[in-house]
Design a protein around this ligand. Structure first.
Ligand code: NIG
Ligand code: FE
Length: 399
């Protein structure tokens, strides 16, 4: 008996976005590697063939894409999905003019501490499912609403049961019981809390911002994590100018996230990293906090690698829709549809230092998003419309 995994051919694809650089850029845009009238063959959890539909090899099963577009599943490289409660009232007050501050995080910290592990897990799973239905097949998520040794470790344990992209964010804000002594809290985050959390995480993050952690504190957190094998990423320059972006580049962080307020020196630093530190833009946060849009055009023109992510969290950006973020980035941040779709797929993969997702090429994971639309441009052209016609994750059809 053969143990060869089942093969499936998806044909009838009007427009296949491979993100394969060897297939060339569309004009002078990002290397989307578009193939028209295409087919894809998957075997087990992998893509094994892409090309023109007429040349597709036979397979065990066949799916007709009916003239839709097929893209890599979205890679959402920045979310905060281990939480309890919601902040509807804070959002409503904001829409009536109250500004967003980092202080709102403490509301979610109280709710998260009070929740059971089972409730936290159920809430995480519900949001991951919500994202999957909208085409997201890879999700990074963080702690940061526990802020005690036990609550942070618990958040990371829960997250690690559902994704390999887990980030320790004990340094989200100073825990309420250490409000009078931030230095003691940084000692905890870099000491006992790190000991408890490092085994469950791949990444370490810090909210480097007024009202959270300054440059020296952020450096202490990130270098302590790096010494334990965690790779840095940084919440940087969201609410104002500051040292976060330059610190991220200096420490070789995988990403500087938000990048809403940038000086020329910040942009130069990101560009000089030559793609090592990805600028992850989170337009859901600017939408929900009525903040100025990050200037994606300026970053792209400087040669910076840009990713788009949702930042999904109950405070500053309660959307799990990567399609919505693509639409905002095109409408308001100076990105072309090609650039935005690349940033939401290959860009996210770069921010997570993953070569197996964010592309549809032989050997890549079979994480696929089928649209009921003739091209990826419709994600921005038809904002808010449920265009998802199919989603495969690791070769398994989920939607
Ligand atoms: O990325 N900026 C810091 N953390 C989150 C907000 C978290 C919250 O408000 O609960 C963010 O926007
Ligand atoms: Fe965030």
């Amino acid at each position: 008996m053969s143990t060869r995994p089942t093969t499936t051919v998806i044909d009838g694809i009007a427009h296949l976005v491979t993100n394969d650089p060897s297939l060339g850029p569309s004009d002078d845009g990002p290397p989307l590697g578009v193939i028209r009238d295409a087919a894809v063959v998957i075997e087990g959890d992998r893509v094994v063939w892409t090309g023109a539909s007429r040349n597709a090899p036979a397979a065990d099963d066949r799916v007709d894409a009916r003239g839709g577009a097929l893209l890599p599943g979205f890679v959402d490289s920045h979310t905060h999905l281990v939480f309890a409660g919601d902040r509807t009232e804070e959002f409503s007050a904001r829409m009536s003019g109250r500004p967003y501050t980092a202080g709102g995080i403490r509301t979610t910290v109280a709710a998260t501490r009070a929740a059971t592990e089972a409730d936290l897990e159920a809430n995480l799973v519900r949001h991951l499912r919500e994202a999957l239905r909208q085409g997201t097949t890879t999700v990074e998520t963080k702690s940061g609403y526990g802020l005690t040794v036990e609550d942070e470790a618990r958040s990371l344990r829960v997250a690690a049961r559902h994704t390999s992209e887990v980030t320790y964010l004990g340094a989200h804000v100073v825990a309420p019981e250490h409000a009078g002594d931030p230095a003691a809290y940084v000692d905890l985050v870099t000491g006992e809390m790190l000991d408890a959390c490092a085994p469950h995480a791949r990444w370490i993050d810090v909210f480097c911002e007024r009202g959270a952690f300054d440059g020296d504190q952020a450096r202490a957190v990130l270098t302590a994590g790096r010494d334990r094998g965690l790779i840095p990423r940084v919440h940087a320059n969201q609410l104002g100018h500051g040292p976060g972006v330059r610190l991220a580049v200096e420490l070789g962080a995988a990403s500087a996230d938000h990048c809403t307020h940038l000086t020329d020196a910040d942009v130069d630093a990101l560009a000089s990293s030559a793609g090592r530190t990805v600028a992850t833009l989170l337009p859901g946060a600017e939408f929900s906090t009525r903040a100025p849009w990050p200037d994606a055009r300026r970053l792209l023109d400087a040669g910076v690698t840009v990713a788009l992510s949702t930042d999904c969290n109950p405070g500053s950006s309660y959307t799990s829709s990567m399609g919505f973020c693509v639409a905002l980035a095109v409408r308001d941040m100076g990105m072309t549809p090609d650039e935005a779709v690349w940033a939401a797929t290959a860009g996210g993969a770069a921010a997570l230092r993953r070569a197996d997702v964010g592309r549809i090429t032989p050997g890549a994971r079979a994480d696929l998003l089928l649209l009921d639309a003739p091209s990826h441009v419709h994600l921005a052209y038809r904002p808010g419309v449920p265009l998802v016609a199919g989603v495969w994750r690791g070769g398994v059809r989920e939607v």
